[in-house]
Design a protein around this ligand. Structure first.
Ligand code: HEM
Length: 548
């Protein structure tokens, strides 16, 4: 063993030392040359391996396609996916790093969607990976559950959602929320000449609404002055941090959770805020029920219905399970319709001709009222359910917004038994399948050359709205797990949108940046800052006269 201190202490004139040093120098040079060769070899190997492209994406040794994914995450992840899917005819296999959980098949092929959502539904549950990833936020709720646990919630909620009582409740709550809260908030912003964040306002509307219809409580978020809602912030942070888990190797986020650092720390804090709200709702509901006389115990909101049911052991559902039900329904009812409406209003401003057609349709429908025909129309004008139903062009425009900006941009399934997709993709048991709903709306092969254009007309046949196959337009999912709130969502969006459009012009603040946020639902990352302007009475009169 050579001690480096011996070298420095030796005299450089000593021939033995000179000899030793020159040999040492050659030795060092050898090492450098060797290192150079090794480095060159490694570079060539890595480079040649990197050149190995799979489905058009570079595959790196050990890291797989992770570097490409990181690149995608830094720009617009949904556009990145769309680019690859368009190049690969609708399906590709993502290779994650070695020993990671990120391997999956990504598809946007309608034939594959029909296969996994309907024809072979039992072979494609949400699966243990999805449940494990969303467990802290969604627990055993309807979005993450499979089999019995899912079926039970689906059946109970489905009976509730299709009841006449529910329809009446939704009509009444929307009328209250839109006319006595939403419109006054918009008026307030006009009077103060201040822009508002329309996405925030709509999230408040749908949050109050879902709490009223599903849990029988009124959180009162939508009020002039827009009070700070700690739950809302906690909920948004929690969905954002949960999505980070899907794009990180499982061992990494689990280690972060164990160490309570980074996004996992944020998730833990935000889930505490979410839990506090849900627990408060459950406590209040239980207290109210225990204080009500028997004849008043007929409340039929979803939470009360679940509180009256028993689990497999014949016991009432635990508070934890009731909490999961609450959180899942808030996610389903609050985030989806509000973000859809935000993208809709943004698209509308870019397409003034569409706005004109919607207004003309509203005027035509309003014009059919006897009191309008005789000129005795008093204000305020409140749309009736049968009038909302007739708004076909508005429904087409909302569907078109959802096609381009689906509220749930990607979704997830897991393969139970080996299978083959109709497009020939081989699926091994345990494979994760991502279906890219956002990308589906932007594929020429599905929607034609004008797929990127906002054209409500593509949804109309002889002026009537015509729905598309759920496996082509998958914004509401399809098969046995089709969105339970679809009809309610359309009613809510049409009622709110028509009430706004009839009275106001919505103008996005100049240079306000608009881009999607990476979360479970497609929030606008910076909200939607808008100015609201009242429509001229004369403009409405002209429009009404034209339609009469
Ligand atoms: C524009 C509005 C909406 C859109 C785009 C939408 C979309 C979706 C999608 C894509 C799913 C499937 C999620 C999954 O399985 O991972 C879903 C499921 C569901 N949605 Fe909606 N939704 C909307 C509004 C609503 C509303 C307002 C409610 C209720 C208040 C609701 C209740 C549900 C429920 C309960 C499920 C779970 C169905 C199941 O797994 O069996 N949705 N929705």
């Amino acid at each position: 063993m050579i001690n480096p201190s011996n070298l420095t202490s030796a005299s450089s004139n000593d021939p033995a030392t000179v000899n030793f040093m020159s040999r040492r120098l050659f030795f060092l040079q050898d090492i450098q040359i060797l290192e150079l060769f090794v480095a060159l070899f490694v570079f060539v190997v890595i480079h040649s391996l990197r050149q190995k492209r799979h489905h058009g994406l570079a595959v790196w040794p050990v890291l797989g396609m992770l570097p490409s994914l990181v690149g995608g995450l830094r720009t617009n992840m949904y556009e990145w996916l769309t680019d690859i899917l368009c190049r690969q005819n609708g399906t590709f296999r993502f290779k994650g790093p070695l020993f990671s959980s990120l391997n999956c098949v990504v598809t946007s092929d309608p034939r594959n969607l029909e296969h996994l959502l309907k024809s072979k539904f039992p072979n494609f549950p949400k699966g243990p990976f999805f449940r494990d990833t969303v467990d802290d936020l969604l627990g055993n709720g309807i979005f993450s559950a499979d089999d019995e646990t899912w079926q039970r919630q689906r059946k109970t909620a489905s009976i509730e959602f299709h009841s006449a009582k529910f329809r009446q409740l939704t009509t009444e709550s929307l009328l209250e929320l839109v006319h006595f809260r939403l419109l006054p908030v918009l008026e307030n912003s006009i009077e103060q000449s201040l822009p508002i964040d329309l996405q925030d306002v709509l999230l408040r509307l749908t949050f109050d609404n879902v709490c009223m219809i599903a849990f029988g409580v009124d959180p009162g978020c939508l009020h002039p002055g827009l009070p700070e809602i700690p739950f809302a912030k906690a909920f948004e942070d929690a969905t954002e941090a949960t999505v980070q888990r899907f794009v990180s190797p499982t061992c990494i986020w689990k280690a972060m959770r164990y160490l309570n650092v980074g996004t996992e720390k944020k998730l833990k804090i935000s889930i505490k805020g979410v839990d506090e709200f849900a627990e408060d709702v459950i406590r209040t509901r239980k207290k109210e029920l225990s204080m009500q006389s028997d004849d008043k115990k007929q409340r039929s909101d979803l939470l009360t219905v679940f509180m009256g049911l028993k689990d497999e052991q014949g016991q009432p559902f635990s508070d934890k399970f009731l909490r999961d039900i609450c959180v899942n329904f808030i996610l389903a009812g609050r985030d989806t319709s509000s973000v859809a409406l935000s993208w809709f209003f943004w698209l509308l401003e870019k397409n003034p001709a569409v706005e004109e057609r919607i207004l003309a349709e509203i005027c035509r429908i309003v014009g059919e009222r006897a009191e309008v025909k005789t000129g005795e129309c008093g204000s305020p004008l409140i749309f009736r359910p049968e009038e909302i139903k007739k708004m076909d062009y508005l429904q087409a425009a909302l569907s078109e917004a959802l096609r381009l900006y689906p509220s749930v941009p990607v979704d997830h399934k897991e393969v139970v038994e080996d299978d083959i997709f109709p497009d020939g993709t081989v699926l091994k048991r345990g494979t994760k399948v991502i279906y890219a709903i956002y990308s589906m709306g932007r594929m020429e092969s599905i929607w034609g050359k004008d797929c990127k254009e906002f054209k409500p007309e593509r949804w109309l046949r002889d002026g009537r709205f015509m729905s598309e196959s759920a496996y082509k337009f998958t914004a509401f999912n399809g098969g046995p797990r089709l969105c339970l709130g679809k009809d309610f969502a359309y009613y809510q969006m049409k009622f709110a949108a028509s009430s706004i459009i009839y009275r106001y012009r919505v103008k996005v603040v100049k240079n306000h940046p608009v881009e999607p946020k990476l979360a479970l639902t497609m929030y606008m990352k910076h909200g939607l800052k808008v100015n609201i302007y009242r429509r001229d009475e004369s403009e409405l009169q002209r429009c009404l006269k034209r339609q009469l």
